[in-house]
Ligand binder design. Sequence first.
Ligand code: SF4
Length: 185
Amino acid sequence: MARALYIHWPFCAKKCPYCDFNSHVRDGVDVAAWEAALIADLRAEAAVAGGMALTSIFFGGGTPSLMPPALVAALLTEAERLWGFVPEIEITLEANPSSVEAGNFAALASAGINRVSLGVQSLDDAELRFLGRLHGAKEALAALDTAQQHFKRVSFDLIYALPGHTPELWHDRLTRELSFGTGHL
Ligand code: SF4
């Protein structure tokens, strides 16, 4: 039987207008307090659901690519101590495709992340502005490239059925975007 762990990081640089996730914008985050709380939570979960090695871990949010890599490493160390990992464990982190976050990819890979899911949403700058996103299309493509250099598995998300989308437009975009060589779209 598979056993998976989900870790939520509820902070974002900006709240997107369409988002109803548990995500919040804060001027500063007390990382030490969050580390202590998340580790206490891991221990509580392991006490009621321990005894089986983890097959996958998913860092979701919010924007977990804003987590300090040292915090990610500390949580993974504790999770491995509590449950153990199967050899081929998949450890995913959701990331926004900004240059700041792409700058963290090498350190996140060293911390143990082996799969990244990028919130690209669109490769059209006007659509990205409409969606209230902080990144542009060029920045997203650069982040995708950086991610593919550092992680074994990379996927990215797109939002469809925006105003002006037609089946033909969507077909053309998917044809292009499927050619980027990611494992999942
Ligand atoms: S970055 Fe993601 S989680 Fe954060 S507000 Fe935007 S859609 Fe929501």
